[in-house]
Design a protein around this ligand. Sequence first.
Ligand code: IFM
Length: 464
Amino acid sequence: MTQLLDKPSLTTAFQRHLFGKKFVWGTATASYQIEGAFATDGRSPSIWDTFSKTPGKVQNGDTGDIACDHYHRYENDFDLMQQMGFNAYRFSISWSRVMPNGRGEINAAGMAFYDRIVDALLERGIEPYVTLYHWDLPQILEDTGGWLNRDTAFAFAEYTNAVTQVLGDRLKNWTTLNEPWCSAFLGYGVGVHAPGQSDFAASLQATHHLLLAHGLTMPIIRNNVADAKAGIVLNPAPVYPASNSSADIAAAHRADGFQNRWYFDPVFGKGYPTDTLASYGAYAPKVEVGDLEIIAAPLDFIGINYYTRTVVKDAVVEAIPAPHTLLGYEYVDLPNVPRTFFNWEVYPQGLTDFLERLQYDYKPKSIFISENGATYQDHLEADGSIHDTERTLYFQQHLAASLEAVQNGVKLDGYFAWSFLDNFEWAEGYEKRFGITYVDFVTQKRTPKQSARWFQDFLLSGEV
Ligand code: IFM
């Protein structure tokens, strides 16, 4: 068993109890990013296996073939998580592991892995929170059109039905999709993620089918899982105008249509935002009668993944079909602001602002911060420790921002740090480390970083 290191060296002005007794404290991961075992026990390839093995798509040619080898090391990983004091864990299920043909027959060996995961978490007093789709569509479904094919939404419903029937007796917290903006726009719009297509209209159609998949599966979860809590995870990037000019303020509203309202509005029953829809014109997706009602299935919670904000200014609309050209804005890179290794601005105030807006504009029953974290360049000290002071500070600042929202009346019920382990960061491969636990990808040794030790102190010393 890996042991946590000595005492944490950072303190904060706030304590766990301020968030309330029932607040959920977790970390998060996703299947393709950590599991490895890519061809074990009957798993079939997903779009990320194909994409990562296509030359030039992922930094250094990295793949998720082995990743953190969590498939074989989960017991040890959960021991560590328990020692850190977390009471919840958000992970995702690999569709192609449990249903290698995308629909139809269950792969018993693949499903047994998640069965073991759920039991291992519960044995350690860690509540499982599962995501059904974190970007790894079975390749066999991509071969018939992927998320551009409406039928994929119905395949997702079949897969959900199978998984909920097996795990639903013990697993109560279900998320349909993780960040459909990324699946649709990065995957089908600009091609930097799997499946690597670059067609803006296609990305809007993919969004619609993803949201349809979400809506179709919400009642299935409720039907198969007694006392289920079901929801979706979105990734807002709050948009700020570069100046106080009315033109920039209007541009920020338009950009918000692309980034945020296009997702939040339909899942909260408001349909697609009419201003954004009008600007998209002929690029708008095909929506069938009744789809918007399906997508508006009532949510028990909404998860938001917050990393950074977006700043834009008004700009001339050009003919190239892309959101910023159709909507008339340009991204602005502010100088002299703190940034992570991804070059994302560190802006905790954006989290408070967005949480408050979410509460008042959409009135969700419950909100979770389902991901929040940062990548920095970690340095192994001679004694093997990692002093990730910037990451630790990032967590502290964002927890303080979350607390401010709670104190202003936001129904925030939990926080999940991204990520429990350094892992396969998609197109960036293993170069961008987001973990609170350092992973040596050669030996698979885990070393909790200073940020993990800070969480341990924060969670265990403030236990209520
Ligand atoms: O690693 C990803 C995760 O899979 C989805 N949300 C953002 C993280 C950091 O980029």
